[in-house]
Structures are given as C-alpha cells and as structure tokens.
Design a protein around this ligand. Structure first.
Ligand SMILES: Nc1ncnc2c1ncn2[C@@H]1O[C@H](COP(=O)(O)OP(=O)(O)OP(=O)(O)O)[C@@H](O)[C@H]1O
Length: 254
C-alpha cells in the first residue's frame, strides 16, 4: 500500500513551487495554454504511475515527450524571445504603476487627437500603423525604430506617415500621450482569422497584439479604412465614432 511520506510531500511542494513560478514567469505569453495541457498530462502520468497502470503510464509518457517536442518546435520564436528577454517584459511601465492616464483630461485629449489623426490619414489614404502601449513594455520594439519621445499631436503623426518622410515605414509607438518612436518593426501575424490576403501592415498590427497587450490602429494606404487590433483580433474597417468608443474602453489601465 502506498504511504505518503515526508519525501513525497517535499517533492510535491518543490513541484508546486516550480510550476507556480514557471506559470507566473510565462504569464501573458502564448505558452500558458499549452503548459496547462502539459500539466494535465503530467498529473495523469503521475496518477497512473501511483495506481500501477503500466501501459497507461507508458502512453502518457510518450504523449508527454511528443507534446514537449512539438511545443519546442511550434513555439520556437516565443521561447527564443523569452530566453533573450526580448518580448514578454516584466518591467514596470507607467500603466502598471497605475500612472497611465491618472489624468482623465489627458486621456480624453489623446483619444481625440488619435481620432483626428486617423480621420485625416484615412481621408488622404496615407498608410499608418499606430501602437498604443498598455501593461506590457514595448521597449524592445521601440529599439527597432528611431527614438522621438515627443508629445503626440496629429500634426507630428501625420508628418511621420507622409510617403516623403524617411520614417513613414513601420509603426509609431505611443506611451500615454508621448510618441516614443517611429519606424518600428513589429512581429507579423502568421494566421489572420477569416482573411486570406492580408498585407504586412495589417499583419504587423495584429502581430504586436498577439505578443503583447498593446492596441494597434492601422490605416490602410489602399482603401483608407481604419482597423483596430487587440489580443490578436482585428476590428476591420471601423468608422471614427466607433474607433473613439473602442479607444475609450480599451486605452486604459488593464
Ligand atoms: N514588420 C513590420 N512592422 C511594422 N510595419 C511593417 C512591417 N512590415 C511592413 N510594414 C509596413 O507595411 C507597409 C507595407 O504594407 P502592405 O501594403 O504590405 O500592407 P497592407 O496591410 O496591405 O496595408 P495597406 O492596406 O496600407 O496597403 C510597409 O511599407 C511598412 O510601412
């Protein structure tokens, strides 16, 4: 008969702490869901081992090995980023420290300015990609562009996206009402739900929201349509009143 000894208790505590800190470390990354499933296989393997079900235990072990191997292949880019500390940041941004838009007036003004910017860009069919930082730091993406760190204004943003501007390619990144950088390179979404032919500007807009909790506004150069991405999903072709409403709801502390 199986007797629960202090060694088992110690092992369980160590295992619990390991899983707890691993999940906390990976919180906010796409690796959390597969890791939950991995924990399930792990527990199932443990139970069948204790129950002495050798064949079932073998099955779970094979499944576990196969699942880990496929995770390493499928999530290679995410794992590399975590190891090189490139994307899923724990550092405190103004949003995390509760400072983002402690001033409601500032938030309202920025949202109005963003809507004016998009309206103008859309009317003139100037392509644009505007990323709004929330809890996850976008430091590493900011570093791919040219640092600006100026107060956001429609005039500044529009002049950046004019085709003649050397900074018009890539994204601008905002933190609160400051335009931190322009010409930033973002990760591209590989799969876009419900659409086959999606250009790189829109893919980059979706991509950054898959990997972080940022918001991305895209203005299409081809159609002038405005779209808003959050959590890897895109609201396509929205009118400016809808954009304003969505920003009022989404661009706040998360
Ligand atoms: N990885 C990236 N990060 C940021 N911006 C990018 C990235 N890749 C492409 N872009 C931007 O997208 C532009 C090309 O857009 P493209 O026409 O391929 O996309 P689109 O989604 O069809 O947009 P549009 O409707 O405006 O044509 C580039 O000039 C560049 O500014």
């Amino acid at each position: 008969m199986f007797v629960l000894g202090w060694r088992h208790i110690l092992e369980l505590i160590v295992l619990y702490c390991f899983v707890f800190y691993l999940l906390r470390f990976l919180h906010g990354t796409p690796l959390v869901a597969p890791l939950n499933f991995l924990s399930f296989i792990f527990i199932a393997a443990g139970v069948s081992n204790f129950a002495g079900l050798k064949e079932l235990n073998f099955f779970w072990k094979v499944l576990l090995a196969g699942y880990v191997a496929s995770m390493l292949i499928v999530f290679q880019p995410e794992i590399r980023r975590i190891y090189t500390n490139r994307a899923y940041h724990r550092e405190t941004t103004p949003v995390m420290s509760g400072l983002l838009f402690h001033n409601e007036e500032l938030r309202g003004k920025l949202i109005d300015d963003l809507v004016i910017t998009c309206q103008t860009l859309s009317r003139k069919k100037i392509g644009a990609l505007i990323v709004l930082e929330r809890s996850n730091s976008l430091k590493d993406f900011i570093q791919t562009g040219i640092l600006i760190d100026a107060v956001f204004s429609p005039e500044l943003a529009i002049s950046i996206f004019l085709v003649e501007s050397p900074l018009h390619d890539g994204a601008i990144i905002l933190r609160e009402n400051r335009l931190l950088a322009a010409g930033c390179i973002l990760p591209l979404a590989e799969v876009v739900e419900g659409k086959k032919l999606v250009g790189t500007r829109h893919r980059a807009g979706i991509g950054i929201t898959e990997q972080t909790d940022a918001l991305a506004i895209v203005v299409s150069e081809e159609t002038g349509k405005i779209s808003l991405a959050v959590h890897g999903k895109m609201a396509w072709g929205i009118e400016t009143p809808a954009l304003k409403k969505m920003l009022k709801i989404l661009y706040r502390k998360v």
